[in-house]
Design a protein around this ligand. Structure first.
Ligand SMILES: O=C(O)CCC(=O)C(=O)O
Length: 282
């Protein structure tokens, strides 16, 4: 196997105390450029047909086949505010997409290469994962002017195992600031348990309870430079605001669960037809 942990004791202590960790310069400028260039190519090849609009405010509506099948594909989701009153895009498709997901790490060689690097595996080894599996990947654009908010949430709500084991990795592909919609998190909130689940059933998807109210004053901004990685505990409350600035804020988000001693819930929205390969197994 040959995987070695790559987080220091101080980094692990910070993560355990706060529920997140920022690793500056995790990715080289070249690695970031490769992924941005590859996404530009994918967008170029996309015919621009509107199959799905993504909004975290109206998530119950996303019950269509395009959404469910995206678990194993490269699918394009539009910004809610991309359209004018006439129903047409107000700007080019490249500036209208909210995110591309959810299997870039399986279906695209450039994103697969990044996901398969030893530095990703090493991190999960440090975190104690025995058989980590990447369950989803998203390229998030936070488009200038129209980039939608992501409401406060915990990743374990969407990627539930019994017992919970999700960790999010969020790689800044551009500088992320309070102006262009960086992440915000409530430090230590991962210690207060999972608040609700996002359930798939015969009627579509829904949350099993309403969201608690969060005090905005408890959130801290995670402003990071391009190439920085934010490691996010599955129970950490985090969010991002609308991007009203003229600058985009591209990011790659991966969500990983342990499949050793943890059962993937049958009512998660992602139900893979093909069993995903682990990053390693020990
Ligand atoms: O990129 C964002 O604005 C939010 C991403 C996020 O919350 C996630 O990937 O869990």
């Amino acid at each position: 196997m040959g995987i070695a942990g790559n987080l220091t004791a101080d980094q692990l202590a910070f993560f355990n105390a706060n529920g997140y960790l920022v690793l500056e310069s995790f990715s080289s400028a070249e690695e970031v450029k490769d992924m941005r260039d590859r996404m530009a190519e994918l967008l170029d090849g996309f015919d621009g047909s509107v199959s799905s609009i993504f909004s975290t405010k109206n998530q119950q509506q996303h019950t269509d086949d395009y959404f469910f099948e995206s678990a194993e594909k490269i699918s394009f989701f539009f910004e809610e505010k991309a359209f004018g009153e006439d129903g047409h895009l107000k700007q080019p498709k490249e500036l209208s997409i909210n995110k591309v997901g959810h299997a870039l790490h399986e279906q695209d060689p450039v994103f697969k290469k990044f996901t398969s690097t030893d530095k990703i595996a090493g991190m999960f080894f440090s975190l104690g994962y025995k058989r980590p599996v990447v369950m989803q990947s998203m390229y998030i654009f936070k488009q200038p002017g129209i980039g939608g908010e992501v409401v406060p949430h915990q990743d374990n709500s969407f990627l539930y195992t019994e017992p919970p084991s999700c960790t999010g990795l969020w790689l800044a592909l551009e500088d992320a600031t309070v102006t262009n919609g960086c992440l915000w998190a409530i430090p230590g909130s991962h210690k207060n348990g999972l608040k609700r689940r996002f359930i798939r059933d015969e009627n579509g998807v829904h949350f099993d309870r309403s969201s608690p109210a969060y005090d905005e004053k408890e959130f801290v901004p995670l402003e990071v430079k391009e190439g920085s990685l934010v490691v996010i505990h599955g129970d950490l409350i985090h969010q991002s605001f609308e991007n009203k600035s003229p600058n985009s804020r591209h990011a790659l988000s991966l969500h990983v669960v342990d499949t050793d001693g943890h059962i993937w819930a049958k009512d998660n929205w992602i139900q893979k037809k093909v069993e995903p390969e682990p990053l390693y197994s020990c």
